[in-house]
Design a protein around this ligand. Structure first.
Ligand code: IFM
Length: 444
């Protein structure tokens, strides 16, 4: 337990995060068109509980009540994403006024309640029409993304605290295009690396376009990262860990901060390496105003299938609870890269929560959050410039290939009735934020 007297910096931001496809529902309402996740959900066997995002938390129709709930829970900030296929159903050309209006109401509703909006442009839900033209494997889609980013920034840029281009490009490229377990369900390594290059290119191009347009909001990107450690000290396990570190961490960080992909990974990829045109890496390296990091766990890799020693704490995802990994990650990145200010844009845990009367007791989640917040404080004490922390997630929601079978929320959602029940962790977080605002030192 950390009992240091260090508080968080005065302006440190405390929030919670969601994404459009995971909570909004209203999949065919007011002109929204299909995204790749709508299509993927219809593939037999793609989603464990055969569910989809048609209704999800029906946030689209509960907007005002959800905003009131956020205020009651004392959130200072809310991170959300816009649905591209809601605002530009064809992925090119005409904009959907009702879709744009929804995000106006969301942003204004947050501001009216004293909650600061943090916008993410792409949280995995590409308009299906663009997938039909090759999706992110098609370089042209980067241009479509710039167009989308410009319109979002022009409309909302003066009311949001920051704009992130992509959420977790590794997931999009690797799980969506190499392993095929996420939309669009492609299994081709060469395609996956071309996609990852186009995602980064689209990010850099969007940053340049938004800056040229005079957008004031700080601009950045959100990466999923965590330490990759060898299972044993053997040379082969250490080599494997180093390689996987290259795929998850160095591939993205080296490109964004050094303007090149890691040589060892490129050598390993051979013919599967992406086609990179002259000038691309300079665009990708466009300076960031902030970097968002999503942290959940560490990965242990080796020649034997990874096993957790008895007694290891695991979440309902089977992910190890390892707060030290967050400190280690932050300190390492701070040492190896010229970082802009950092935000922990996601951190949280799934547990099989069950209501008991009017309550949902989730002591493990509050404990997880408390220990990870302590890990962030340790990194700040070590000199890393972290400016905010967002819990994943505000609500239980559609957990991608796991459907509704995993509950990450601080707020329980009864999907049959739409009822929201704040869990004990939501009240713990509310009280923690209040104590921080009062500059009370909270033992973590
Ligand atoms: O639910 C996801 C989120 O969409 C992206 N980051 C990880 C979360 C938990 O798996």
């Amino acid at each position: 337990m950390l009992t240091s007297t260090h508080t968080f910096p005065k302006d440190f931001v405390w929030g919670a995060a969601t994404s459009a496809f995971q909570i909004e529902g209203a999949a065919s309402t007011d002109g929204r068109a299909a995204s790749i996740w709508d299509t993927f959900c219809r593939q037999p066997g793609a989603i464990v509980d055969q569910s989809n995002g048609d209704v999800a938390c029906d946030h689209y129709h509960h907007l005002d009540a959800d905003l009131d709930l956020m205020q009651r829970l004392g959130l200072q900030a809310y991170r959300f994403s816009t649905s591209w296929s809601r605002v530009q159903p064809d992925g090119i050309g005409a904009w959907n006024p009702k879709g744009l209006d929804f995000y106006d109401r969301l942003i204004d509703g947050l501001l009216q309640r004293g909650i600061t909006p943090y916008l993410t442009l792409y949280h995995w839900d590409l308009p299906q029409v663009l997938q039909d033209q090759g999706g992110w494997a098609n370089r042209e889609v980067a241009l479509r993304f710039v167009d989308y980013a410009e319109t979002m920034a022009e409309r909302y840029g003066d009311r949001v605290a920051s704009i992130a281009t992509h959420n977790e490009p590794w997931i999009v490229a690797t799980l969506g295009h190499e392993h095929g377990i996420f939309a669009p369900g492609i299994k081709n390594r060469r395609t996956a690396f071309q996609v990852s290059h186009h995602l980064l290119l689209a990010h850099g191009m969007a940053l340049l376009a938004l800056r040229a347009a005079g957008v004031k909001a700080p601009l950045g990107i959100v990466l999923n990262q965590g330490p990759i450690v060898p299972a044993t000290d053997s040379e082969s396990d250490r080599a494997q860990a180093r390689f996987e570190d290259g795929l998850l961490i160095r591939w993205y960080m080296d490109a964004l901060f050094h303007g090149h992909y890691p040589a060892d990974v490129l050598a390993h990829l051979g013919d599967d390496a992406p086609q990179v045109q002259d000038g691309d890496m300079r665009v990708i390296r466009t300076p960031l105003d902030f970097l968002g990091l999503n942290y959940y766990t560490r990965s242990i890799v080796g020649s034997e299938p990874p096993t957790h020693p008895p007694g290891t704490e695991l979440t309902d995802m089977g992910w190890e609870v390892y707060p030290q990994g967050l400190t280690d990650l932050l300190v390492r990145l701070g040492r190896e890269y010229p970082l802009p200010p950092l935000y922990i844009t996601e951190n949280g845990a799934a547990y099989p929560d069950v209501p008991s009367g009017e309550h949902v007791h989730d002591p493990l989640r509050a404990d997880y959050l408390r220990r990870h917040i302590g890990a962030v404080r340790e990194a700040i004490t070590a000199g890393v410039d972290v400016r905010g922390y967002f819990v994943w997630s505000l609500f239980d929601n559609f957990e991608w290939a796991f459907g509704y079978s995993k509950r990450f929320g601080m707020v329980y959602v009864d999907y049959a009735s739409g009822q929201r029940i704040p869990k004990d962790s939501a009240f713990w977080y509310r009280d923690f934020i209040a104590a921080q605002s009062a500059r009370h030192v909270t033992p973590l």
